[in-house]
Write a protein that binds this ligand. Sequence first.
Ligand code: 5RP
Length: 231
Amino acid sequence: MNTEASIQQIKKMVGEAGAQLVKNDMVIGIGSGSTVGYFISALGQRTRDGLSFKAVPTSTQSKALALAEGIKLLELGDVSSIDLTIDGADELDTQLRLIKGGGGFLLQEKLVAAVSTQLVIIADYGKLKDQIGAFALPIEVVPYGWNHIQKRLLDRFGKKSMLRLKDGKPYVTDHGHYLLDCAFGLIADPDELNTELHLIPGVVETGLFLNMATKALVGYPDGKIVEMLPK
Ligand code: 5RP
């Protein structure tokens, strides 16, 4: 049964499993998105039960949710490293290569992931793919002359991209940038694509998270959670 209700139940289940990985005195990273929302709620309960840790949020959205749960927060610049980050993903493959940014927070998510000893992805089974790329890749770009970046994507890759909108206006990220969602289709070589995208002037960051995730907890409708390590 692939109803939205069962997907939400699976997101809650993996969110709660993620919260069990947090130990006393850890510095953790808190990702973004609806699955992470369940993680934050479960972590709030653990905080009220006496667990002591500090957290770096990856978005204004997660920051607000964590503060409401009484979780002690730090800024990324205040920490030398992060023990464990729990985050969601839009797609992942068995090598734990990810597409992220569906929620619009990829830059800060990647900055936090990059200094994390462990990055654990919590996801429902629908996001696990043989090959990533069906989900349009979010690319964070500077607003100045963004349409030239869009044209470059079309000229270089033959792919159309859409400027992400919110309430009919360009969606502005937490760091003042725009997002281009680019439908690449299945991506044969994510590393090569990521490198090429970074060569385009004005591209700030991409939603390809490669060689970053150390584990994934993938939830299924029968209540099972499969723990995956990168192949
Ligand atoms: C936000 C993200 C999210 O982790 C991703 O979009 C998954 O979201 P959800 O848990 O709501 O399905 O990358 O930038």
